[in-house]
Ligand binder design. Structure first.
Ligand code: BES
Ligand code: MN
Length: 474
């Protein structure tokens, strides 16, 4: 029998270890999939307009799963948001480290994005359906598969037997998709519960099906609402139209100043980080993003640079009279919600100040322009390298049979920067189960089950490996 109590240095490259763990993962996978499906059935949308009882129910379900993997203390905890309202329930499950051994924090989130228009889905968003190797449903990938990656890795290790020589804390947040508003307070109230040497964040993407990735950078985020006002009240568009432009037109003109003719963000003073080392094939990008034939891509430089190391600005909502309610009037006001992604190295407040200054300076026809700040989230850039990162790459290579790629990601996981501020010596490993066709946040979200199986194996191997890293693994 394999002695699992000795330090597991090289576990990821020991073919017997890999084979043994792979067999355990294969054996437990059907039950893991059933448990994932049960989580997907809980519509745990953290956005304020949705029933938060479902978020509480998904926290309970996650707590039950973590009790089942033999972590002795499992808590459901809430901290207050800055406005005093209670935050969403987070689940923290722990087994303290043996004397002198490192602690690993395993992160995922159990809340999901709103499903959007159900008519745009091929199946019910909250009724998981498997088609081929993919399991469809809201949260099937982002990030309930991340939760199951941790559960699966811990199940596989306990099936292998023996004590894992590492402390484990699983932290499953309930409000990531709402910008983690209570996380700052949570960190100050429960810092000791979360303290760790290695942090595994299972909320990102792999390079593509069959090729794993370690995420080494993420963009940050600034959003807010821009309002344009031009009249005291609506007036007849025939009687008054001509000498004064309507607010919808003025908003469109203002929004049009935000990009130059090449489609590059035209706000002065924003940071551009150095070009990434790997590129994203243009044809693959077009296919993954479903860009229609004939549509030219925006911006300049490599595709990966445009996604990971340059700012990107989108209009994510518009308040204007709907077509159905249109009447022959000149609109007095219109508003748009803007979402600005910022590269590593860009301070969010400085980015917001630059955006606001641009909007105010470009007020068309002297219209009244008001900016209402929304959320800010910091970007992330991994430290050059660490033993933990090398251990993760070795575990990925063993699980997939293919070397992983170091990638950036255009999306944001803002709490990572907060966590690093609290635990500056910790090594952060940003991993995940998504692939470019997972459609997180969109209709027909799905996880590739073959990839999830590899993620579980890789994480189990990684945990064995971390147990063998001596001293401070950072
Ligand atoms: N899992 C995503 C982040 C992500 C996106 C990783 C794409 C890899 C590829 C995460 O759940 C997310 O969507 N974050 C939000 C953060 C926001 C609400 C502050 C985002 O990026 O919009
Ligand atoms: Mn996520």
């Amino acid at each position: 029998m394999t002695d699992t109590t000795t330090p597991a240095a090289g576990a990821a490259s020991d073919p017997d270890q890999v084979r043994a763990l792979r067999a355990h993962v294969d054996a437990l996978f059907p039950a893991l999939q059933t448990d994932l499906e049960a989580l997907v059935r809980i519509p745990s949308v953290s956005a304020a307009a949705f029933d938060q009882a479902h978020v509480a129910a998904s926290a309970e379900a996650v707590a039950a799963l973590l009790r089942g993997v033999g972590l002795p203390d499992v808590h459901i905890l809430r901290s207050a948001r800055p406005d005093g309202a209670p935050g969403a329930p987070a689940v923290v499950a722990r087994r303290p480290a043996p004397e002198g051994a490192p602690t690993v924090l395993l992160y995922a989130h159990h809340d999901v994005q709103p499903p959007g228009d159900a008519a745009t889905w091929d199946t019910d968003p909250f009724e998981p359906v498997q088609v081929g190797e993919r399991l469809f449903g809201r949260g099937a990938a982002d990030d309930k598969a991340g939760v199951m990656a941790h559960v699966g890795a811990l199940r596989a290790l306990s099936a292998l037997g023996g004590e894992l020589a590492v402390g484990v804390t699983v932290f499953v947040e309930g409000e990531e998709e709402s910008g983690s508003p209570s996380f700052h307070r949570f960190l100050t109230e429960h810092r000791d519960l979360l303290a760790a040497d290695v942090i595994v964040v299972a909320d990102s993407t792999n390079w593509k099906v069959g090729v794993p990735a370690l995420t080494t950078s993420l963009r940050g985020l600034v959003d807010g609402v821009i309002e344009v006002e031009v009249l005291g009240h609506a007036v007849h568009s025939g009687m008054f139209g001509g000498p004064v432009l309507d607010a919808n037109t003025l908003l469109a003109r203002l929004v049009a100043t935000l990009h130059d003719d090449a489609g590059e963000v035209a706000v002065a003073g924003l940071v551009v980080a150095p070009e990434p080392e790997v590129d994203y094939d243009e044809a693959a990008f077009r296919a993954d993003a479903s860009v229609l034939d004939g549509v030219a891509l925006a911006g300049t430089g490599s595709i990966a640079g445009r996604l990971w190391t340059k700012p990107a600005l989108s209009v994510i909502g518009i308040d204007a009279t709907s077509v159905a309610h249109a009447s022959n009037t000149i609109a007095p006001r219109a508003a748009a919600k803007l979402s600005l992604r910022i590269p590593p190295g860009q301070d969010p407040q400085a980015a917001e100040d630059a955006l606001r200054a641009h909007l105010e300076a470009h007020a068309p026809f002297g219209a009244r322009v008001t900016w209402r700040p929304g959320e800010q989230g910091k970007a992330f850039h991994a430290a050059e390298d660490s033993p933990a990162m090398r251990a993760a790459r070795a575990a990925f290579a063993a699980a997939w049979g293919t070397d992983p790629v170091d990638i950036g990601v255009g999306g944001s996981i803002p709490f990572i920067a907060d966590l690093l501020e609290q635990f500056p010596a910790a090594a952060i490993l940003v991993t995940g189960v998504e692939d470019p066709d997972s459609r997180a946040h969109g209709a027909n979200e799905s996880v590739h089950l073959g990839e999830l199986r590899k993620v579980v194996l890789a994480e189990a191997l990684l945990l064995r490996q971390v147990a063998g890293l001596t001293g401070a693994p950072a």
